[in-house]
Design a binder for this molecule. Structure first.
Ligand code: PMP
Length: 453
């Protein structure tokens, strides 16, 4: 089996030789040779030299269908003309004025128009900063310190919320290397889709806020059931706990108004990033006017939350963000991506059944998750939630050898998949879908030949 395993690796090495040598060079500069943990791939990751529409081109010149889409930031695909032109024009006018500028207002006004909870907006440089800010505002406004989050929900890498974001989930030992136990003790992590657990946490801890990804942890790896959101909204109001939707992924993707626009459920505050800034760096906290007043000078609270940030509302991100939000405001881009991804989930399931592979594809909106080692019924559907939505079954670590072989075999077949999950853009086509299913077919044969499945 070990000898066979070289088949996937040998094919991968054969196809991406320049990437292999760039990786060796990168390792002399960066820890593990990478600049984002999710890009870690053995024996080496593929290096990309350019990207257009739904595709990237590797340094070797291979065209690869992209299901990372800028870590979710590129709903409109790579290099959408209107976005590129807006950034180029702004670049010529200036990239940083150290001053207010009209474009930041226009950007914020678009957020207010699209996102139901956005009475006021403050830009940041990333989603991590936005969730950090949301928690700080909630604490200042409520004079309480505890925060409730859901197990398996990801809100960036800062100390306040990094706990309970990665499998395996071992609630008896919530800790994170490098995070002080004092910070950890302010966080209460409860299982997803369990309103009783939320209510108990609210009664026991009297938290300042409750934060979650409104389509489910890790962008729907463990889907949040719609009724749950409604129940959570009601509990937050009843117990006077601020509800924060982290729409860094779902914002402008599932619907122009995010999950809150889709479900018609309005949180007290919303965090955003990714699509917000049209593929450039940028994030935002938005929400009720009285809450964001915490950042105002001379506010009703008699104390202000300090909020500097060199690149907040920077002109390039504002230009890209305005162009992108204009293009997606009518909902067509979101619907296109949602529809195509539903079809992809269904066709992958048909493939898994045809090849007798115990895997299932599932998810909602424009997100597609692959669960290997699934032994239950596969109804070949786009909407089925396997394992009754149990987070311990859906969100678990897979064997590293399988994980790396899956991704590298798929890359060899011309598809870049975001870990075990993928997202699409409105630039993805029916032809891409057909090619992707064919690539999965070949990838599965490669894994079978190596004895991995
Ligand atoms: N929240 C969610 C739901 C995310 O998916 C991410 C990033 N993937 C973040 C926050 C952090 O955003 P950023 O990477 O821009 O800091």
């Amino acid at each position: 089996m070990a000898t066979n395993h070289l088949t996937v690796e040998a094919a991968y090495r054969d196809k991406f030789p320049q990437s292999a040598s760039l990786y060796e060079r990168g390792k002399t500069v960066f820890p593990s040779g990478i600049t984002h943990d999710a890009r870690y791939l053995l024996p080496f990751p593929v290096f990309v030299k350019e990207a257009h529409g739904s595709r990237k081109t590797s340094v070797e010149g291979h065209s690869i269908i992209d299901y990372w889409v800028g870590h979710g930031a590129l709903l409109l695909g790579h290099g959408r003309r209107e976005v590129v032109e807006a950034v180029q024009q702004q670049m010529a006018r200036g990239t940083h004025f150290s001053a207010n500028h009209e474009l930041e207002i226009e950007w914020g006004e678009r957020v207010k128009r699209l996102v139901p909870s956005a009475e006021r907006v403050r830009f940041t440089s990333s989603g991590t900063e936005a969730t950090l800010m949301a928690v700080r505002v909630a604490r200042l406004v409520t004079n309480r310190t505890k925060v409730v989050k859901l197990i398996g929900h990801f809100h960036g890498w800062h100390d306040q919320l990094v706990l309970a974001a990665y499998a395996p989930y071992t609630p008896d030992d919530w800790s994170m290397p490098g995070v002080s136990p004092g910070v950890v003790s302010d966080l209460v992590a409860v299982p997803p889709n369990d309103l009783k657990a939320i209510e108990q946490a609210f009664q026991e801890h009297r938290p300042a806020c409750c934060i979650l990804e409104p389509t489910g942890g890790h962008w729907g790896l463990v889907p949040v059931q719609g009724e749950y959101l409604r129940g959570l909204r009601e509990l937050c109001t009843r117990y006077d706990v601020l509800l924060i939707f982290d729409e860094v992924i779902s914002g402008f993707r599932v619907h122009p108004g995010g999950a809150q626009g889709h479900y018609g459920i309005t949180p007290d505050m919303t965090t955003m990033a990714k699509i917000l800034a049209g593929g450039l760096p940028g994030g935002a906290l938005a929400g009720r006017r009285d809450l964001l007043e915490a950042i105002e000078f001379g506010n009703q609270y008699g104390k202000k939350m300090k909020h500097p940030g060199t690149f907040n509302g920077n002109p390039l991100s504002a230009a890209a963000g305005c162009a992108a939000l204009d293009l997606l405001a009518d909902g067509v881009a979101c619907q296109q991506a949602n529809r195509l991804t539903g079809k992809l989930r269904q066709q992958l399931n048909a493939l898994f059944v045809r090849k007798s592979v115990p895997w299932i594809a599932y998810g909602e909106f424009s997100m597609c998750h692959i669960l290997p080692g699934y032994t239950g019924h596969n109804p070949v559907s786009a909407d089925f939630i396997p394992c009754d939505g149990d987070y311990r079954k859906l969100d678990r670590e897979q064997p590293a050898a399988l994980k790396f072989a899956f991704r590298s075999a798929l890359l060899t077949c011309g598809v870049d998949w975001f870990g075990w999950s993928g997202m699409t853009s409105s630039a993805h086509t029916e032809d891409d879908l057909e090619e992707t299913v064919a690539a999965f077919d070949r990838m599965l044969s490669m894994l079978q030949a190596d004895g991995l499945i």
